[in-house]
Design a protein around this ligand. Structure first.
Ligand SMILES: C[S@@+](CC[C@H](N)C(=O)[O-])C[C@H]1O[C@@H](n2cnc3c(N)ncnc32)[C@H](O)[C@@H]1O
Length: 226
């Protein structure tokens, strides 16, 4: 695949194929992925001022965020479509002695956008879950429904600018999004709605790559539920 090919001809069905257990189990079972153990920078930035309570990490992957949250005192539920990923989280949680603070669960956003636990979590965090645009609102509303009154939703994603810079040559059209897509899907752009917009930013950070450091832009949205 050429580095600057942007998959403009991908169909919705093909984009959804990249949101299946089969696709991700294979990626996580591959030898190229190594547990870094590090949480996402934006998660650390956006949760350090919060009082630990219950947290739901949606599409947790190998669990860097979930395990970091557990170390901070959060009681974490980590969910993902990949059982291979969940098994890795379980093993790492045990290695780090936080297995008592982490529960694991299967979650397939395409099959049922609502993770378990409606209106129960003090923090719901989702890092880099890029879904096709036609599915976006339903999935992110389903995820947001897990936030307890007074709780927070934190969404971190790759910003569409990264396509132009070539930083994200492997992401299909429409998958990456700006803060507005989240605000619109949840009605958080409306006054008097249930959400208070605490953060809606697009900060840049340096990412290490085999070709040297690359500047990448994130979408970061933090909402508080009334
Ligand atoms: C780019 S990774 C991000 C993982 C983790 N949040 C992180 O920041 O390291 C995207 C994650 O979404 C999960 N995923 C993909 N399709 C999904 C679906 N239909 N339902 C739930 N999770 C899904 C993948 O298994 C993968 O762990």
């Amino acid at each position: 695949m050429h580095r600057h090919e942007h998959h403009h001809d991908q169909t919705l069905a093909e984009l959804r194929d990249a949101l299946t257990a089969g696709f991700w189990d294979e990626r996580y079972a591959g030898t190229d992925r190594v547990w870094s153990g590090r949480p996402n920078q934006r998660l650390v930035e956006q949760t350090s001022d919060l009082t630990p309570g219950t947290a739901l990490d949606v599409a947790c992957g190998e669990g860097g965020d979930a395990i970091w949250l557990a170390h901070q005192g959060w009681q974490v539920t980590a969910v993902d479509v990949s059982q291979v990923a969940l098994a890795k989280v379980a093993a790492h949680a045990e290695d780090e002695g936080v297995e008592d603070r982490i529960r694991l669960g299967f979650y397939d956003a395409l099959a049922d956008p609502r993770p378990a636990g409606r209106r129960t979590f003090d923090l719901v965090t989702v890092s880099f879950l890029h879904v096709p645009q036609p599915d976006f609102a339903e999935i992110y509303r389903g995820i947001a429904a897990a936030v307890a009154p007074g709780g927070r939703l934190l969404v971190t994603a790759h910003h569409p600018d990264d396509v132009a810079t070539g930083a994200r040559h492997d992401h299909g059209p429409g998958l990456m999004f700006e803060p507005d897509r989240v605000l619109e899907a949840l009605g958080a752009d409306q006054p008097d709605g249930p959400w208070v917009v605490e953060v809606a930013e697009t900060p840049v950070r340096e990412q290490a790559t085999p070709d040297g450091p690359l500047l990448v832009r994130d979408t970061v949205v933090r909402l508080r539920h009334n």
